[in-house]
Design a protein around this ligand. Structure first.
Ligand SMILES: [Fe+2]
Ligand SMILES: [Fe+2]
Length: 214
């Protein structure tokens, strides 16, 4: 049985997702965190915990951006299959969001105060990509996921040696992101040219530098 959703229903749903993304501890994961109770950290100094929190805050904001990107695309994407696929991937990003949030909490730290800003910017980019067309939209997902994957690999190296719980989370995220990128390309996503990718990595550098501290 299919239900017809009115424009008002959709707006309420969108608003609900915005709140779930931006309010601390509001995201509910559908899979348990890979940082299971039997994964223990080695002793870490206060400085190491602060560093781990900075990195996990960046990863959390990355997931906020992913949510906003998928939301923006879902708002304007033309093909229903693309919409469905975006919603499915966005669902998996909610797990990542919740896992990073939990880990920040364990490290006695907080999510970034800049998240609403990055949410708005990413929603706008996603909506523009979705409006241009599905090939571009899916290509944007693939390029973003590949970039996030590179970040995650870097962070797994940069984390303090004793931080096994953060590393467990990032390892599973990297697997999921690679899958998202592959799905987007298989669904017909365009391969982006190097200058576009360069622009994207500049933007992500701005995000990384600011969110690590804030
Ligand atoms: Fe993710
Ligand atoms: Fe992803």
């Amino acid at each position: 049985m299919s239900r017809h959703y009115s424009r008002a229903d959709n707006l309420i749903h969108q608003f609900d997702t915005v709140l779930r993304t931006l309010l601390p501890h509001a995201a509910r994961a559908s899979r348990p965190s890979p940082a299971t109770p039997d994964v223990h950290d080695d002793d870490m100094s206060a400085e190491e915990r602060r560093h781990a929190a900075g990195l996990m805050r960046v990863n959390h904001t990355g997931e906020v951006c992913a949510q906003a990107l998928y939301q923006g695309q879902g708002f304007t994407a033309k093909l229903p299959e693309v919409r469905t696929q975006m919603e499915h991937s966005a669902q998996e990003e909610i797990d990542h969001l919740a896992w990073c949030d939990d880990r920040l909490h364990e490290l006695d730290s907080h999510t970034s105060v800049l998240n609403p800003l990055f949410y708005a910017a990413s929603f706008g980019l996603g909506a523009v990509a979705g409006a241009i067309g599905d090939r571009i939209s899916l290509g944007f997902v693939a390029a973003t996921e590949e970039q996030v994957g590179r970040h995650l690999d870097e962070h797994m190296v940069k984390l303090p040696a004793g931080d096994h719980r953060s590393r467990a989370v990032l390892r599973q995220m990297a697997i999921d992101e690679a899958h998202h990128a592959q799905l987007a390309l298989e669904a017909g996503g365009a391969r982006f040219p190097a200058p576009v990718k360069f622009g994207m990595s500049l933007m992500s550098r701005v995000m990384t530098k600011s969110v690590y501290h804030l």
